[in-house]
Design a protein around this ligand. Structure first.
Ligand code: MOS
Length: 721
């Protein structure tokens, strides 16, 4: 039986019932050793007998139609098994949650590098060689537009609250500036790769996908088969960051070829393939207008942005997402333009919206503080809203003020001086801060928990994309069932297991964790009933059950395994509450007086995200996010070729993620919080909180160091100077 819990007013709690102190503890990842010693088998490494190898064929034009694929030469080569023009091929990885395959354009080409076929051979080398001999003919559409700034097809969306124009004229201080952020790629360490194997009309796909319950349906839809004939396995995933939310072209290519050849087929994308044809985060142009009274209280604001995607794509970077709820101020205007251009499809990359939108908002806040002659930290403290500023909703918890104050204390914010006032030789030193914010909510999730006398088993199709899911689900079950985390085995990443939320949008841990909690509650009730008591009075610890003055070892209580399935659904709380995590970022930088080089010297992040489920994995998430913030501020740009529209620098040598020497010691503090109305475990998402706002703390520190206000990111030396 599945125990369903829909979020509403009355909620179960974790620590009201148990008090082992396991949840929250900085437990190691149980699979960590396997990963660092090369023993964890990632998708492309799963051994298969008689496996064939596929290499994608990709479009060499920006826009048009494929009129022919000449495979004669390839088919005559040693070891070549087949060439498949993939007319049911994926143009764009799905955004992951619909369960439908994305639009399948047949032979239509929408961007340079789009996969249009696959060559399969006995070896990878033979397939790669053969792919180079394929002659594709096209009917090219001239004049494909690739520049968002000049695109002729632009869709506009807008939203208005109150009367911004009226308060603008009364404001004591205003800021009206334009900011630019670069296009980014997810750059997950593990490239996209799939192995497909058919058994009759059933397919097993090994592929590192973030949302396998949805990906299973996408693959079924692509292949025209029922979803129950698809099994996806993704026990280990080498980073996703949004790029693996949806099915990618390697999966469909492997499936199609494997079905035809009657043998397993592996398709591994090269780094260049991934960069060209998985997805990118849209570049943005943002105009921020802020109006405040003489005390620095926001009267109103506007956030207008220009982003881009392919014609017809449903996703647009939600640039203003945090602007809606982060600060007070009644009068508001939003306007988004989506330029339809022929570049690599745009999609979700870690913290879609906040990651780049907060570069605009948090820089504008700094500029407003400067205009008002107010400490930028103080300006933020004065504008924390009591409740959602646009909708009739309460925050499940909002510790932004506490994070700003405590973070400032930990960082030494009071030492901050004015531009040019602190120097060490040719280096000018400055400090900057920014708020962090990222919304997170429940996505329906199921888990099955089995308790035996020896320990527990947790099973769900949830994924661990490097975030720590194995660790935290073991901790929740251990806490609830009176076990040690090492006595809990967690099985993830198999679509035959109960369907979970998957990993994305900072909803994974809180959703899947809640489902495990609910299943364990069921088991506790069963045990209490066996002891003729109520679950509230039951204590489970060290393999024993205690109720009143009775104490019974599990071995006497559990003759057959106790199994429960828990399911969490979002219910109604979204109508009355907004669940968002908050935090504060503090950076100290040195800016070289003559070259404009920027070095980040110190970074502190003070975060609040409801109940912290594992202090170590949560900290790692924040650190990883902050590192990406450094990239956003200083190094990362997916530059596009201006005529053909493709990404140049399609590898990690040319796409500059921060390297070790770019990253200083990053310290992280947590403000304890219980988000009662968020979910039964009172947790909020933390996977994307660290990146949100982080880069702005750095560029604000640049302004404090040398007085140069950067409005175009990344702030490479040529921009700073
Ligand atoms: Mo996230 S960008 O939803 O993996």
């Amino acid at each position: 039986m599945t125990r369903l819990f829909r979020m509403n007013e009355a909620q179960p709690r974790v620590l009201d019932e148990t008090n082992q102190g396991i949840i929250g503890a900085p437990e190691d990842r149980p699979e960590g050793r396997l990963k660092v010693s090369g023993q964890a088998t990632y998708a492309a490494e799963v051994p298969h007998e008689n496996m064939a190898h596929g290499v994608l064929i990709r479009a060499t034009i920006t826009r048009g139609t494929v009129t022919g694929i000449d495979s004669k030469a390839a088919m005559g080569m040693d070891g070549v098994l087949g060439v498949y023009a993939l007319d049911r091929f994926l143009r764009n990885p799905a955004q992951g949650m619909s369960g439908e395959a994305p639009e399948q354009p047949g032979a239509r080409v929408d961007y340079l590098g789009q996969p249009i076929g696959v060559v399969v051979a006995e070896t990878f080398e033979a397939a790669r060689h053969a792919a180079q001999t394929i002659a594709v003919s096209y009917d090219e559409t001239p004049g494909a537009e690739v520049d968002p700034a000049t695109a002729s097809e632009v869709e506009v969306d807008h939203e208005e609250h109150g009367d911004l124009d009226a308060v603008w004229s009364e404001a004591a201080a205003t800021v009206d500036k334009v900011y630019h952020t670069a296009a980014h790629v997810a750059a997950a360490m593990e490239p996209h790769a799939s192995i497909a194997e058919w058994d009759g009309d059933r397919i097993t796909l090994h592929s590192p996908l973030q949302l396998i319950r949805f990906n299973k349906r996408e693959l079924a839809d692509s292949l025209g088969i029922p979803a129950e004939n698809v099994r996806i396995l993704a026990p280990y995933i080498g980073g996703g960051f949004g790029s693996k939310l949806g099915l990618s072209p390697d999966a469909v290519a492997a499936a199609v070829a494997a079905r035809d050849l009657g043998r397993p087929v592996r398709v591994v994308m090269s780094r260049q393939h991934v960069m060209d044809s998985v997805l990118r985060r849209s570049e943005t142009r943002q105009r921020l207008c802020l109006a405040a009274d003489a005390d620095g209280r926001l009267l109103g604001l506007s956030h207008e942005d220009l982003v881009s995607n392919l014609p017809g794509e449903g996703f647009s970077e939600p640039t203003a997402q945090a602007t809606h709820f982060l600060y007070a101020g009644t009068h508001r205007r939003y306007r988004q333009e989506v330029a339809r251009i022929h570049r690599t499809p745009a999609g979700s990359v870690r913290a879609p919206g906040e990651a780049v939108g907060m570069m605009g908002l948090e820089t504008a806040m700094d500029e407003l503080a400067e205009t008002l002659g107010l400490d930028p930290l103080e300006l933020r403290l004065r504008n924390i809203p009591e409740s959602h500023p646009e909708e009739d909703k309460e925050f499940t918890a909002n510790s932004l003020g506490e994070c700003l104050r405590r973070g400032a204390e930990a960082f030494g914010w009071s030492e901050r001086k004015g531009p040019g006032e602190r120097a060490e030789g040719d280096w000018l030193i400055g400090m900057g801060c920014a708020s962090a914010a990222r919304a997170s909510s429940i996505v329906a999730s199921e888990a099955r928990v089995t308790l035996t006398a020896e320990g527990a088993l947790v099973e769900t199709d949830m994924t661990d994309i490097g975030t720590g899911t194995y660790a935290i689900l073991a901790q929740i079950a251990a806490e609830m069932l009176g076990l040690l985390p090492s006595q809990v085995q967690v099985r993830l990443g198999d679509s035959d297991l109960p369907p979970a939320a998957g990993s994305g949008g900072s909803f994974g841990a809180l959703s899947s964790g809640s489902s495990v909690f609910i299943a364990c509650q069921g088991i506790r009730e069963t045990i209490a009933a066996k002891m003729d008591g109520a679950a509230e009075d039951l204590t489970l610890t060290e393999g024993k059950a205690r109720l009143g003055n009775r104490e019974v070892p599990f071995s006497d209580l559990i003759d057959t395994p106790l199994t429960e399935t828990g399911r969490i659904e979002s219910g109604d709380t979204g109508k009355t509450h907004i669940a968002a995590a908050f935090g504060a970022h503090f950076a100290e930088v040195a800016v070289h007086r003559w070259t404009g080089e920027v070095r980040v010297r110190r970074f502190h992040a003070e975060m609040s995200a409801g109940r912290i489920l594992n202090e170590k994995t949560a900290r790692s998430q924040v650190i990883g996010g902050v590192i990406w913030g450094i990239g956003t501020a200083l190094t990362e740009e997916a530059a596009h070729e201006p005529r053909m529209g493709h990404i140049v620098g399609r590898d990690l040598a040319n796409y500059h993620v921060p390297a070790h020497l770019d990253v200083p010691q990053i310290t992280v503090g947590f403000v304890e919080e219980r988000a009662d109305h968020a979910n039964p475990i009172q947790a909020k998402g933390i996977g994307e909180l660290g990146i949100s706002g982080a880069g702005a703390a750095i560029t604000n520190a640049i302004a404090n160091a040398c007085g140069a206000r950067v409005r175009r990111f990344p702030a490479t030396p040529d921009v700073v100077i």
